[in-house]
Design a protein around this ligand. Structure first.
Ligand SMILES: [Zn+2]
Length: 219
């Protein structure tokens, strides 16, 4: 998203990201748009009213005469910082978002929580769990990397090897997912997905052989 892979010297509007074709070029919005919104009409039905960039592709108008509704003196003007940067932990960010969702009547905060967990936390944890078991190890002294741990268990220079993916980064969102799951009453399906992932993590990180027992456990 932020690192350019290809640089283009000649911009062809037909080749750019299709999302950018959805920008409307009107200087003011027609009343029909609001009427259609009120009637909850399909967006496809009002598309032709909105003079989208997609309708200008291939004509001279694809480069010029783009309207807008609110003027600015600087196109890069905007908030210098947002709650996303001032709030430190992911848990704080999540709680702030859900609190806002609770206040806005049009927002179903349970749906928001489900989406964040479904699309963000779960894939992140599953991905990290996978990269944990397929990770490379690194020497603390010479920096040599190994795709597999050598049989000697040490670097060829004799030094210790350390992990490059840590348990903490795999479990990063587990607690916050469980908390949100409970607080917002998510569907059993989502709750069980979190549970299955937690079991996979436990099977990877917790050693079954070393189990501390108390005398009372046998009575
Ligand atoms: Zn080494």
């Amino acid at each position: 998203m932020d690192a350019p892979l290809v640089l283009t010297t000649r911009l062809d509007p037909n080749e750019i990201d299709k999302e950018a074709h959805n920008i409307d070029c009107l200087r003011e919005y027609p009343l029909e748009l609001y009427r259609a919104a009120e009637a909850m009409k399909d967006t496809k039905e009002v598309e032709k009213l909105m003079d989208l960039v997609s309708g200008r592709i291939g004509t001279e108008r694809q480069y010029e005469g783009f309207g807008f509704t609110h003027d600015t003196k600087d196109i890069s003007e905007g908030p210098k910082q947002s709650s996303y940067t001032t709030l430190e932990t992911m848990e704080d960010k999540m709680n702030a978002q859900l609190l806002l969702g609770k206040k806005i009547r049009a927002v179903d905060e349970c749906d928001v929580a489900t989406r964040v967990i479904d699309k963000h936390f779960l894939p992140d944890m599953a991905g990290n769990l996978r990269s944990f078991s397929a990770q490379t190890v690194r020497c603390t002294k010479c920096g040599e990397k190994y795709r597999r741990v050598p049989l000697s268990g040490r670097c060829i220079c004799g030094n210790n090897l350390i992990l490059t993916v840590h348990q903490a980064s795999v479990k990063k969102y587990l607690e916050v997912s469980k908390d949100i799951g409970k607080t917002y009453g998510l569907s059993n399906y989502t709750l069980e997905r979190i549970e299955v992932l937690e079991m996979s993590m436990a099977s990877l990180f917790d050693n079954d052989k070393v189990r501390k027992c108390k005398l009372t456990d046998f009575m």
